[in-house]
Design a protein around this ligand. Structure first.
Ligand code: G3P
Ligand code: MG
Length: 266
């Protein structure tokens, strides 16, 4: 049985190391596609992380890079294309011919691929954040989450704290996670960073896990999540330092190792 019954259980202190599928199972399927999300549900990941940004005509698209070039057969900025134009692109062949025909999903399509219970971390790309609360991109994301019945299942995150502030104003019950921005947040104590916008977790790059950070976040009642951790030994080391969860391109690998036979970090 899954160790976390719901998102609130996932966010409660203690428990096994959380294994978060980074852009879905992006080590074995093209990132941020329905194939990658379905795989994450199938292998039993504890959460799926995905990235969102707007098309030219305002659709909420699931996509990581600013440009289409690396992960599709399109060229140039995603934000310059309409939903209809984006739908025509192939987002799978670059990864493997087996995935030819995978599309860039909308947020609504991605959420529908997660099955009945899997929590999701929706990361609002900083370039997508604007100053508007009503009518801004974060408001559109919140509308999509409401329409899909996902407010309770979503951890909304961003490097840009404005996204958290706006989400809180629009939908206070939507749980939030602060991604640590080394320049914007330099010198800010972790507890203060969490407290500013009522974030439940602080997400850090593995190299940013400095002595004291984990204890400080825990003292503030939060969790520490670390990206991107693809090797079991690294996940075990981080778990040994008190890290609560890891984003990984290989959830199947880490789940097999961390949950096998009550090993450390299991
Ligand atoms: O949310 C963790 C991680 O996804 C942040 O970085 O660039 O992979 O979206 P990135
Ligand atoms: Mg991300």
């Amino acid at each position: 049985m899954a160790p976390f019954a719901d998102l609130e259980a996932f966010l409660a202190p203690g428990g096994p190391t959380r294994v978060i599928a980074h852009r879905g199972c992006s080590g074995s399927a093209p990132e941020n596609t329905l194939a990658a999300f379905r795989a994450a549900a199938q292998v039993g990941a504890d959460m799926v992380e995905l990235d969102v940004q707007p098309s030219r005509d305002g659709a909420v698209m699931v996509f990581h890079d600013e440009a289409l070039d690396r992960t599709t057969d399109g060229r140039g900025p995603l934000a310059a294309r309409t939903l209809a134009e984006l739908r025509a692109l192939d987002a799978g062949s670059w990864f493997d011919a087996r995935f030819a025909g995978e599309r860039i999903p909308t947020l609504a399509e991605a959420l529908a691929a997660l099955g009945p219970t899997l929590p999701v971390n929706v990361e609002v790309k900083p370039e997508a954040v604007d100053d508007r609360v009503e009518g801004g991109f974060v408001a559109r994301v919140v509308d999509e989450l409401r329409a899909a019945g996902f407010v309770e299942r979503t951890l909304l995150s961003s490097f840009d704290s404005r996204a958290l502030a706006q989400a809180r104003a629009l939908e206070p019950g939507l749980r939030r996670s602060q991604l640590y921005d080394a320049s914007a947040h330099a010198g800010v104590p972790p507890a203060e960073l969490l407290g500013r916008h009522g974030a439940r977790t602080l997400s850090l790059a593995a190299r940013q896990v400095r002595p004291g950070v984990v204890a400080d976040v825990h003292a503030a009642g939060g969790l520490v999540l670390v990206y991107t951790v693809n090797e079991l030994a690294a996940a075990r080391r981080l778990a040994g330092r008190g890290v609560d969860g890891v984003f990984t391109d290989h959830p199947e690998r880490l789940l097999a190792g961390l949950r096998a036979g009550g090993a450390p970090g299991a």
